[in-house]
Design a protein around this ligand. Sequence first.
Ligand code: WTA
Length: 647
Amino acid sequence: MENSGLNKTEEGDRIFFWPSEEIKQKACVNSSEVYDQAEKDPVAFWEDLASKGIAWFSKWEKAYEEKIPDFKWFIGAETNAAYNCLDRHLNDKGDKTALIWIPEIKEEEAKKYSYRQLYEEVNKAANVLKSLGVKKGDVVTIYLPMIPEIIISVLACARIGAVHSVVFSAYSAEALNTRLKDGGSEVMITSDGYYRKGKIEDLKKKANEGIQDTNVKKVLVVKRTGNETEITEKDLWWHEQLEKADNECEAVKMKSEDLLFLLYTSGTTGKPKGVMHDTGGYITQAYWTSKWDFDLHEDDVMWCTSDLGWVTGHSYVCYGPLLNGITTVLFEGLIDWPNPERPWEIIEEHKISVFYTAPTALRLMMSHGKEIPEKFGLESLRVLGSVGECIDQKTWLWYLNSVGKGKCPLIDTWWQTETGGTMINSLPGVGPFIPAWAGNSFPGTRHTIIDEEGNEVIKTGEQGYLVQKSPFAPGLLRGVWKNPERFKKTYWRNDKYYFSGDGAYRDDGGRFRIIGRLDDVLKVAGHRMSTGEMENVIDKHAAVNEAAVIGKPDELRGEVPVAFVITKGEIDDKERLEKELQDMIVKGIGPIAKLKGFYFVESLPKTRSGKIMRRILKSLIKGEEVGDISTLQNPESVEKLKEIIKG
Ligand code: WTA
């Protein structure tokens, strides 16, 4: 599709980009009327979208019901997520490429699956799971790298009504263990290994450790690397099982409100939460947010760079594109390995039209110089997206100009594991696209800003907590696995609002600018991590009395974790202690949580009730004024900390 460019206007110190007439004409949505229409009656609006986008086995008796913290969509209706991703495309798109898998090693060829091939693989895998005793409602843990089997496993679970719980393959054995225990899985799917920078990572070793003291009885093992690894009596080779399996397996009729998946995410406490997503609401939202945000058309090839271990991978590598019957790209490797040309080679070779990635990845690409993308033919690109963290103006403009050649709508999508799909962004055919501004709520959803007391902040420009209002988005989480109390306490305010944990403010057009987390959740290179989880790990060291982990601004990764540690008495070998703590972090969580600084201190600023004042630590690390410290139990700690930080 030919590009014709964007129009530009300026308002105060902001630049607005608008879709050209040509982009508008071809776009799925090209007028802001859709927002007004949705706002009049969001429930009727979503009903209409659900009927048009999703194949239902039976219709709903009632569209929406709410009694906070519970709410339901499409009550009584039946559908199946895998059926919607595969079966209904078979007639007219059976031979169309559903999935392009790009291995990390360049010498290995990309592998394509047509919709029919993917359908058959999913059916076989579903039959294998059934033969292992997996039934509707059972939780299956998927601990796989970015290989086709991860998508096949996810859809095989969905097909038989099992609840998938994907655990990021770079998480450690301990992190896997915590998630397995909480989910209660009896069956797990993993692989012998995977490639990282050309070397084999022994995933199976971590898997073997991770299943200790859990309910896991059977482990399906995909042979990816062929490395030698310990095979136990619980293991079954994926390929041997699939070879024997029948390629037809009926898709189970799922109630719209039946669970589709669990995805563990970090909160403010040390224990990860199993975020619960339902079937009908989630797929309705995944379908339409994909279609409208990325302006999907029949011939689109979408590359979302997120790992399937994160929600972005669930919704925009797997479900969203496949529900829409387009081609999705699954890339095993790192964005700049073995060379910084890699992403552009992929875009050129596979004629990617929709590219969706995170600001950290963009900053990394940008750091290699603008001549790198210039060497490639990127004219297949039509829509660009950003997700996961705040994008600064410099990176935004580089993305627009060096990647999109100033012609592609660039959408900055705000959302969370909990919201299931994008919530706040501009639409390609509507605009405007403003650097660092996410935009408006997706049609049919409502967001606002509240203050500490829970009152709505009406004034433009005033910062507060970003919340969602009733009726809640169809894809919003339905609960925290086995923990209704935590669900209620974490996410709901004044019996009225879904509480996001992010700070934001608005402009006159009701557009949102996201400031970032206001709680103790970190976003490191777009990855969501809990300071509490890291502190729990560090606290286990015999020499540690107390620790506080906070995020320190970082040019490339957005923020990085640093630890303030109070030790038990004097320590003679700081370097050794740092190494031991780092090893514990890698073992307890994974390399993504590595600490980027240690400060050994005598005391930490505390309130009179003994709570560590992280706000002060954050200000100190940024070199900002700390403000009023008179209410502290130990105000003298602040001066000492300043000196230690200065080094
Ligand atoms: C942050 C990722 C600024 C935010 C989909 C949110 C963003 C957290 C944006 C959720 C954005 C996500 N601009 N910040 N466009 N998108 N965030 O659960 O702090 O991994 O609360 O979901 O990422 O992270 P999660």
